[in-house]
Design a protein around this ligand. Structure first.
Ligand code: NDP
Ligand code: PYC
Length: 338
């Protein structure tokens, strides 16, 4: 087969859900995992789209994620809501606790969701975009595996630690950024290895601490934080806030737990949600309209807004379908036959 194969979002989502149900994953969890993977593929986030199915199946086969875990939401009416994922996938834990987080944020202006003991393999924009859909601003973060050397060092200590921000807009897609605090996500390097293509300079060093463009040498060596000491500090903050502060694994402990980066990491996650209307109440100003003036001024300079590429990919995929390469489709069919 040489042609791309085009699927609708619902078809792709349904196929992925069945793959996970066949692998023994609880129906609600399989549905949540399928939603986030299909959404990644729809939005042309290749490092967190169908490519992730294989990694999730590997971690299931290795017994490092609990397929039938039922998330337990602990809401004592305070600003911090906790959901214990019980060693299961983070996606369903987030979905189960989302309504409580939204309600508390509207009540108090500021609330946090702590996700405990989860496997968080997915892109974080998914979460902040849902909260923006409820009119809330939010920050989301989690540790990962110790694969990134701190700026000025050469030994991996930090994770690729993703960081996302969402801001609601009236009548437009929200303002969302979402990035690994390494120069590139590990998934990007793995995709280069799979394709046999070099990685750009500046992404990683090899085991000897020398710059490399060889994806395998990069995966065996150390990835680098984005923005030198600034990215290194943000990544450290993520370790502290979503690891140490929650009493959950930091990236080194997550790596020690699974013993390999070939499996996806287990740790906690932190989502902070804010209701702009509560913060702005006494100012008499409309925070969304104020924000809009800045966002429009940025766009007026023809500067690309973060997520703009993703939203354009989404619109195309929803109109024309999601195109999978022959290799991606063959893998999907192989997983369906397992
Ligand atoms: P990218 O560098 O591809 O993108 C980072 C952000 O910057 C996106 O919001 C992107 O928007 C935006 N952007 C990119 N180029 C421009 C530009 N020229 N002008 C303005 N904005 C731009 O992301 P990463 O490779 O760092 O991360 C990829 C994904 O990996 C993320 O979704 C992250 O959550 C996920 N990840 C998850 C981990 C986990 O443990 N769960 C660990 C590490 C990463 P757009 O999308 O539209 O291009
Ligand atoms: O792409 O760096 C990554 C990653 C790690 C865990 C999930 N995604």
């Amino acid at each position: 087969m040489t042609e791309t194969v085009t699927l609708t979002f619902d078809d792709l989502k349904g196929r992925i859900q069945r793959i996970f149900e066949m692998a023994g994953v609880r129906r609600e969890t399989a549905a949540a995992v399928a939603r986030v993977i299909a959404s990644g593929e729809r939005d042309a986030c290749k490092s967190h789209g169908v490519y992730r199915i294989e990694g999730c199946l590997r971690v299931l086969a290795a017994g490092k994620v609990v397929p039938d875990a039922v998330p337990q939401v602990h809401d004592a009416g305070a600003s911090v809501i906790e959901v214990d994922a019980g060693g299961g996938f983070a996606n369903v834990a987030f979905e189960d606790a989302c309504d409580a987080l939204v309600a508390r944020t509207r009540e108090t202006g500021l609330a946090a969701l702590v996700i405990r003991d989860c496997l968080h393999f997915s892109a974080l924009w998914y979460e902040v975009e849902i909260l923006a859909g409820h009119g809330l601003a939010s920050l989301s973060m989690c540790p990962s595996y110790a694969t990134v050397a701190p700026s000025g060092g050469q030994t991996p200590l930090l994770g690729t630690n993703p960081f996302a921000f969402g801001w609601p807009r009236a009548g437009a897609f929200p303002y969302v950024f979402d990035f690994a605090t390494s120069v590139a996500a590990r998934g990007e390097i793995e995709l280069h290895r799979r394709a046999g293509t070099p990685i750009p300079e500046g992404w990683a060093v090899d085991k000897q601490g020398q710059p490399t463009t060889d994806p395998q040498a990069a995966l065996d060596g150390a990835m680098l934080p984005f923005g030198g000491h600034k990215g290194s500090a943000i990544s450290t903050m993520i370790e502290l806030l979503s690891g140490a502060m929650l009493g959950e694994f930091m990236s080194q402990e997550a790596l020690d737990f699974t013993g390999t980066t070939a499996l996806l990491p287990r740790h906690g996650a932190l989502i902070l949600a804010m209701d702009p209307s509560v913060f702005a109440r006494r100012s008499g100003r409309d925070p969304i309209a104020e924000g809009e003036r800045l966002i429009e001024a940025i766009a007026d300079q023809s500067a690309r807004l973060p997520s703009q590429r993703r939203f354009a990919a989404r619109a195309k995929a929803m109109a024309d379908g999601i195109a999978l390469t022959p290799d991606e489709f063959a893998r999907l069919e192989r997983f369906e036959a397992l």
